[in-house]
Ligand binder design. Sequence first.
Ligand code: HEM
Length: 195
Amino acid sequence: MYRSLDFRTSLPDLATHLRAETSGAHHSLETSLDLLRRPADRQGFLEVLERFHGFHAVWEGAIRTRSTYAAFHASRARLPHLRRDLAALGRTTAEMRMLPHCLEADALVDGAARTLGSIYVLEGSTLGGQVIARELADSGWLPRGGLTYFNPHGRRTGEMWRGFRTWLGDQEVDWDETVEGARRTFALLESWAAR
Ligand code: HEM
């Protein structure tokens, strides 16, 4: 079902193309992470957040220092959310500093198109974050103020996603390379973060 069309060309836009081309990778990651297991498991969730921390610490650093998308991405950085969530779950700053870094995430920031595909994956994860937030709400162990990494924008999620899609649609990049960047990102997250 492709509802989102670029009306200038009547072709699916890049975000729609990315979604179609990576739906298998999305399903595989979602299944491996098993974030919706019931009852939601505090220790398991903490470990997943620690792994995402290791990913974002490297990936966001590479975007900030080497990518032409640094300015766009600055307001969408998620490392502060991870640090906040890990603290809320009892991790000290010293413990966070000791967490392993996903060094391979650096190579995802590799030319405009592949970087864009990678950014698409992490931006899209805020949509699934809505489902995860609902599940966590019933967990019984959610810290005061909740957890924000998977749902960083709350009620503004739709607005932020539409903003991202509009911006993405304005980028002139090779679509195949963008898909490659997105697939590599899903694959790395699965090998790095799945339990
Ligand atoms: C339990 C875990 C997850 C669930 C339940 C979930 C569910 C969803 C849902 C409901 C959507 C809305 C769009 C649609 O109907 O396809 C979505 C979109 C998306 N999710 Fe997930 N997701 C999960 C985890 C993740 C993770 C960990 C990532 C990547 C780090 C991710 C990346 C994406 C992307 C890129 C999209 C955008 C698809 C588009 O272009 O519309 N998701 N997800």
